[in-house]
Design a protein. Structure first.
Length: 388
């Protein structure tokens, strides 16, 4: 969808609330404030008008140009990535570079992020609210975790700084995992109370035990999948059942609750090319994004998707070492248990109906479940797990 600017006077832009395909790009022309304006009544247009009016600092010399908006529709949020440029017209405005008196025109190019929770405030998890996402960012920023700066928090949206980089892929694991291990240790150093998603107080989970969260969030879904014969390999489901029974006491007794990211997939771990490498083939960690799935619980839970990116247990050794914890067989079994339960979770619709998803979706996660269980059964030899 492309929206062209109409003339140079009352230019207008309207960007919808996120319906449509993910990564839908809207190209926007030049908006000059205060001579022009961003029009529209949708939530992004309203937020952008307010935010960019502040960016302009009410100085009529400055020209604002929004060069690109990327709209990303995810399960939890509608995210707008905004590329913009503010150019001073010279004079004594906020882009002064020479002290006092007249200053030459100066351009500031920047990116910012508008994040809108998708679900209705009455039904969405508490940690999805903008203030809770900002609270999490603040907790992790205080202990040195590279997360975006929070520029503004309202009841309906969050404005964040832009985290540079691309998604973590298997090829970058060797260079990034040592850095990520240290970062994870800092993230998990933030201790919480209770388990599972937040209740009325940020950092306090709604469940009294970690096992109560596992029961509510996963075991009910496992029963649905088991009842629908043929959806997944029966041997893999049986092994998952056995792992849960074996480690049930651990889940019940676990009492060292930490603040977990909850969704450390490749898209949420951002990496950039290391400029110090002349070959251009080395990556480094640039930041952690998407803080709306945080929960209170067992730090081992956050290793599931990272194992999927690595593909093999052998590839996670540097991650474990940097984290400061060499995984025992029990640790690996528990990570495998969490991974298997997450696969089951994604076989069932999340609308409360407990109906199965499409057969193609089920087949994808049934294959991942089988790979995880096969690795556990083999003593965690390096069987590649397709978890990306």
């Amino acid at each position: 969808k492309r929206e062209k600017m109409q003339g140079s006077g009352g230019v207008g832009v309207s960007v919808g609330d996120g319906a449509g395909a993910p990564w839908c790009e809207t190209e926007i022309g030049t908006v000059t404030m205060p001579g022009g304006k961003i029009e529209g009544t949708d939530s992004f247009a309203i937020a952008a008008r307010e935010e960019f009016a502040q960016q302009q600092n009410n100085d009529s010399h400055n020209k604002l140009e929004i060069t690109l908006v990327k709209r990303i529709t995810s399960f939890d949020n509608v995210v707008f990535l905004v590329w913009y440029k503010i150019t001073s017209g010279g004079g004594g405005d906020l882009f002064a570079t020479t002290g006092s008196g007249w200053n030459p025109p100066v351009a500031l190019e920047a990116r910012t992020v508008f994040r809108f929770p998708r679900k209705d405030p009455a039904t969405r998890p508490r940690q999805h609210t903008p203030s809770r996402q900002a609270w999490v960012a603040g907790q992790w920023r205080d202990v040195g975790v590279p997360v975006a700066n929070t520029d503004k928090v309202t009841d309906t949206y969050l404005v964040e700084g832009f985290v540079e980089g691309e998604a973590l892929q298997t090829a970058a694991v060797e260079a990034v995992f040592p850095q990520l291990g240290h970062t994870l240790a800092r993230m998990h150093s933030v201790k919480t109370k209770g388990f599972g998603p937040f209740g009325d107080t940020p950092g306090v989970g709604v469940f009294d035990t970690w096992d109560a969260f596992i029961q509510d969030f996963f075991i009910q879904k496992l029963a649905v999948v088991k009842a629908a014969k043929g959806t997944a390999d029966s041997a893999a489901l049986q092994q998952l059942d056995q792992l849960y029974a074996k480690h049930r006491s651990y889940l019940v007794e676990f009492d060292n609750s930490s603040l977990l990211h909850g969704d450390l997939c490749g898209d949420n771990v951002r990496v950039v090319k290391d400029s110090s490498d002349p070959t251009g083939g080395t990556y480094k960690l640039s930041g952690i994004v998407d803080l709306c799935d945080v929960i209170c619980g067992d730090p081992l839970y956050d290793f599931v998707e990272l194992l999927g990116i690595a593909g093999t247990w052998g590839s996670t050794v540097a991650l474990q070492q940097a984290y400061g914890r060499e995984f025992t067989r029990r640790d690996k079994e528990i990570v495998s248990l969490y991974g298997g339960l997450i696969c089951v979770l994604f076989m069932v619709k999340d609308d409360g109906s407990n109906r199965l998803r499409s057969s193609s979706h089920i087949d994808e996660y049934a294959e991942k479940l089988s790979a995880i269980m096969e690795s556990a059964a083999s003593g965690f030899t390096d069987i590649r797990m397709s978890q990306d």
